[in-house]
Write a protein that binds this ligand. Structure first.
Ligand SMILES: Nc1ncnc2c1ncn2[C@@H]1O[C@H](COP(=O)(O)OP(=O)(O)O)[C@@H](O)[C@H]1O
Ligand SMILES: [Mg+2]
Length: 247
């Protein structure tokens, strides 16, 4: 049984059909690359998995359940996380706060006073996550806005992992990064895989896709036109599918 299974997924915006019956499977602990030209429908497809866009037709199953009609919150509870290109971090807040943004642990004094944010616990748990992932940041106490693009990307991933996901979707995580920073994001994906977490990696950088992914799926004009094991393909073939040399 696959962890994620899409069957016949269709999605239109008004009169424009963006997804034309997409079938896609992702196994537990599998890292799948999703590639395709701008406008192919990659982001729309991923938002159909997270529930941001309800599908018009077809089914989405996760961990053996039909989740087609579930809202994004319920899907997140089941273990689906997506990291968006804009990262959605709070630049003025420190690293630890960003990892727990929006769901800070609270505590009450003597059970009487109103609850307040438990900064000690935030710092402790954030440091644990940073150590577990081997993320390199100078300190969990510096504002995220002062970190490099690659460090911010790894903080966004660390944040996603605190939800204990089974599947993480990353939309162009390495697009704006320096070469060395790319390596640490790819290492993180590898480490997640060792822990049994599945990843769908959307990227224009085929080098990254070939390095991190065991399988490469090509989307073209809302159709999956190739689903290739990495060890059985090469960049020239993937490019030829992306540009539509196969029709
Ligand atoms: N919310 C939306 N409303 C209308 N059209 C959209 C919306 N989101 C995406 N589209 C259209 O769907 C097509 C696929 O977009 P997208 O999924 O973002 O592609 P990709 O991520 O592969 O570049 C594009 O033509 C885009 O203009
Ligand atoms: Mg996109």
């Amino acid at each position: 049984m696959s962890l994620l299974e899409l069957a016949g997924v269709e999605k239109s915006f008004g009169a424009v059909q963006v997804l034309h019956g997409v079938d896609l499977k992702v196994g537990a602990g599998e890292v799948v690359g999703l590639v395709g030209d701008n406008g192919a429908g990659k982001s729309t497809l991923m938002k159909s998995i997270t529930g941001v866009y309800p599908v018009d037709k077809g089914t989405v199953s996760f961990n053996g359940s039909d989740i087609t009609r579930l809202d994004p919150g319920a899907r997140r509870e089941m273990g689906i996380e997506m990291i968006y290109q804009d990262l959605a971090l709070a630049p003025q807040q420190d690293v630890a706060n960003n990892i727990f943004l929006g769901r800070e642990p609270t505590k009450r004094l003597f059970g009487l006073l109103p609850s307040f944010v438990d900064k000690t616990r935030i710092d402790l748990e954030a440091q644990e996550m940073i150590d577990r992932l081997g993320v390199h940041v100078p300190s969990i106490h510096i504002p995220v806005g002062m970190l490099s693009g690659g460090q911010q990307q790894t903080i966004a991933i660390a944040r996603a992992l605190t939800f204990k996901p089974k599947l993480v979707i990353m939309d162009e995580p390495t697009a704006a990064l320096a070469v060395r920073e790319v390596e640490s994001v790819l290492n993180l994906i590898r480490q997640m895989q060792n822990e049994g977490i599945s990843t769908i990696l959307i990227s224009h950088r085929l080098n990254d896709v070939f390095e991190a992914c065991g399988r490469i799926v090509v989307l073209r004009r809302g159709n999956v036109i190739a689903d290739l094991p990495r060890n059985n393909t090469d960049m020239a073939e993937v490019v030829s599918y992306i540009v539509g040399a196969h029709g």
